[in-house]
Write a protein that binds this ligand. Structure first.
Ligand SMILES: C[S@@+](CC[C@H](N)C(=O)[O-])C[C@H]1O[C@@H](n2cnc3c(N)ncnc32)[C@H](O)[C@@H]1O
Length: 280
């Protein structure tokens, strides 16, 4: 904790300067994928989209205090859980895949950190889990599937460059990443709304979202559709977003030489505060 910590600040352990730095709207990163600073990326990369623990750690430092408690209902190989350990927080992660849980255990062994609580199961049943009901969370930090983005066949340049084709997270029917767009949004909002029941009033819900390419039928701005859907939840306030610019993303010549097709080297980090009073 900083020596200049303001006693009125009950959200985090940052001083005014650290707080201000944490408000920059774009987080532009180039995290190493080798060596100790990669946090066992060689193991985590078996997952199609692991999140860098350093990135999750930055968010955890802002939205919790030392010893805070963090929930990730879509834990994967543990980006949020590893970050919680690094920052002296406790965490509970849920994921459908026993394989990702095993990789997370191997990562913890390599990094010599004690594993956080990891439940293999369907996040749709999270309120039935004793590990989730044990004590209220200070933060829900999660990186859900982005509708069926990973389950779609790759096109053009990505296919030529030998990316596996396609790369769904799991083949399970319970995997939100295998659902059509609008069904996905409905299921995700149901899970997150249930999770709010175990978030302390004043706690934050922070969600990663990546947009899909537009189609003639829909703009496919997943981040905007999620905000619209979650703003319907009484007691949940949308507070704004930050952008993660991932410098490791390749720039593809999509559309060349015919028409514009967007590259996406960024993701949205959507921030909601849970008032918990049901007054919306
Ligand atoms: C974008 S990944 C999360 C990656 C994670 N942030 C990491 O660092 O590894 C989304 C995860 O959601 C999981 N998932 C999809 N549907 C689920 C469900 N119904 N319940 C629990 N997990 C689910 C997938 O298995 C996948 O690992």
């Amino acid at each position: 904790m900083s020596s200049e910590h303001d006693p009125r600040n009950r959200l985090n352990d940052l001083d005014a300067r650290e707080w201000t730095y944490a408000l920059r709207s774009v987080i532009s990163t180039a995290y190493p994928t080798r060596g100790p600073e990669s946090f066992a990326h060689h193991l985590r990369r078996q997952h199609p989209s692991p999140k860098p623990p350093q990135l999750m750690a930055e968010l955890i430092r802002f939205f919790t205090r030392q010893h805070g408690h963090v929930l990730d209902p879509f834990a994967g190989v543990g980006g949020t859980l590893i970050a919680s350990s690094l920052e002296g927080r406790t965490a509970v992660g849920i994921d459908l895949s026993a394989e990702y849980a095993t990789i997370y255990q191997a990562v913890c062994a390599e990094l010599q950190i004690a594993p956080q609580t990891y439940v293999v199961g369907d996040a749709r049943n999270l309120l039935e889990l004793p590990e989730v009901r044990e004590r209220p969370f200070d933060l829900i930090l999660t990186d859900p599937p982005y509708a069926a983005m990973m389950a779609r066949p790759k096109t053009g340049e990505r296919r030529k460059r030998g990316r596996p084709n396609p790369t769904p997270f799991t083949t399970s029917a319970a995997d939100l990443g295998n659902l059509p767009y609008h069904e996905f949004i409905g299921e995700l909002c149901t899970i997150l709304t249930a999770a709010l029941q175990v978030l302390r009033p004043g706690g934050y819900l922070v969600i990663f979202a990546k947009d899909l390419q537009p189609t003639p039928e829909h703009h496919n701005m997943l981040h905007a559709d999620l905000v619209i859907a979650l703003r319907q939840v009484p007691g949940l306030e949308y507070r704004g977003y930050r952008i993660w610019h991932d410098q490791s993303q390749r720039l593809y010549p999509f559309g060349y030489p015919y028409a514009f097709v967007a590259n996406q080297m960024h993701q949205f980090i959507l921030i909601f505060r849970w008032r918990g009073d049901g007054k919306g």
